[in-house]
Design a protein around this ligand. Structure first.
Ligand SMILES: NC(=O)c1ccc[n+]([C@@H]2O[C@H](COP(=O)([O-])OP(=O)(O)OC[C@H]3O[C@@H](n4cnc5c(N)ncnc54)[C@H](O)[C@@H]3O)[C@@H](O)[C@H]2O)c1
Length: 366
């Protein structure tokens, strides 16, 4: 039913997204997210693209990620603060919007903290399906924080990874991952004492650590022929995970080159260091892996297109399951030129007299 006071905007809260994940299951949701991102990468040329805009501080970054095709505009606002744990906050928090290009009206507002983890894992799986050896069954997962279970499940369900070797500098992070995924059928989890032990013999290495520094989680000597490296945590100026020699030893694939040159592990390399944008591989213009001994790197930073896909996919899921709430975000006007008159109309009085509010009490000093 159309309401009279505001335009229809669907709002999806974290409990709503959790309800969708519970109802569909993680495997189906990751598959649906993967397919939505894949479909949008296949029409890469339709999008108006920009490197995201970051607001940096010593403690982290807040980023705005806009993108549009000729009908739909989307943005995500996301932060990355590796030290947030001491405030009881996650490293990454996000929300986003879909709006109509023809009028600018926002139609969908969603939490993207949970959703980003699903979309990042689905994107990693999409890249790995194009770049890793198809017979890959063993993955090392370095960094067992908030994103890690989603990465583990995406590689298990979408690539057939059956064994994951875990390492984190914080053993409690690995405890948490093992507890969360202990009932995943067909997935063997092995705790390792260091990066080298986790990486030895792995087909795929996922690095998803958080530290606002030029870290070298993975060094050249740990690479083995045919490995695929899914490097997720180096995603901001001054924040990397791979030694430069890892990139030199590999064929490197990126989402959107102008953004990855600034933010990815690629920031360490000379400006003409060769990379391939993944859409070229997905659309068949460039080869992915060309032989079984080649080392491939997906230098993931997270691109706005993936959030565009994630927002539209979650909106479709919400509508399918009847989940979400109507949000009074943009008012309806009797006369669109009379914004001033709207104050009175919305406050319930013709003269705009504000409705009574309880006076604010200052905290008492004791
Ligand atoms: N590429 C993308 O699209 C994308 C999307 C989301 C998050 N990220 C990035 O992924 C990273 C992880 O995010 P999160 O939400 O899981 O963060 P988190 O803080 O929850 O987890 C990070 C984990 O890394 C561990 N760690 C730090 N340094 C380490 C080291 N040297 N060796 C092993 N483990 C180490 C920490 O102990 C922690 O458990 C962040 O850097 C974030 O910015 C990237």
């Amino acid at each position: 039913m159309t309401n009279t006071t505001h335009l229809p905007t669907l709002y999806l809260s974290p409990p709503d997204v959790a309800a969708i994940l519970r109802r569909q299951g993680m495997a189906e949701t990751l598959r649906g997210m993967h397919d939505a991102i894949h479909a949008d990468y296949l029409r890469w040329q339709d999008f108006d693209k920009n490197a995201r805009i970051g607001c940096h501080s010593d403690l982290g970054v807040i980023e705005l990620m806009p993108i549009a095709d000729d009908r739909t505009y989307a943005f995500k606002c996301v932060n990355g603060h590796p030290g947030n744990g001491r405030f009881g906050l996650p490293t990454v928090m996000a929300f986003g919007v879909i709006a109509r290009v023809d009028t600018g009206a926002p139609e969908f507002l969603s939490e993207l903290t949970l959703t980003t983890a699903v979309r990042t894992a689905a994107m990693s799986a999409l890249a790995a399906r194009a770049l890793a050896r198809p017979e890959s069954r063993v993955m090392a997962l370095i960094g067992n924080g908030a994103q890690s279970e989603f990465q583990a499940l995406a590689f298990h369900h979408l690539l057939g990874i059956a064994e994951i070797r875990l390492y984190d500098t914080d053993p409690r992070a690995t405890d948490k991952l093992i507890a969360n995924l202990r009932n995943t059928a067909g997935l063997r989890l092995l705790r390792c004492d260091n990066v080298a032990q986790a990486v030895r013999g792995a087909d795929i290495v996922t690095t998803v650590t958080a530290d606002k520094t030029q870290a070298t989680i993975l060094t050249r000597d740990l690479l083995e022929p045919g490995m695929h490296v899914n490097a997720v945590g180096g995603d901001c100026p001054g924040k990397t995970e791979l030694h430069a020699d890892v990139l030199r030893a590999a064929r490197v694939f990126v989402e959107y080159e102008p953004q990855t040159r600034i933010e990815g592990d690629l920031q360490q390399m000379e400006p003409d260091f060769a990379v391939t944008e993944l859409w070229q591989v997905l659309q068949g213009h460039q080869p992915g892996r060309t032989d079984d001994r080649q080392i491939t790197v997906f230098d993931s930073v997270g691109f706005a297109l993936e959030d565009f896909s994630a927002l539209r996919y979650m909106r479709d899921c919400a509508q399918l399951h009847g989940i979400g709430q109507d949000l009074a975000l943009i008012p309806r006007f009797a006369d669109p030129k009379d914004l001033f008159g709207l104050i009175g109309a919305l406050a319930g009085g013709v003269d705009g007299t504000p409705s009574p509010v309880a006076p604010r009490r200052e905290p008492e000093l004791v």
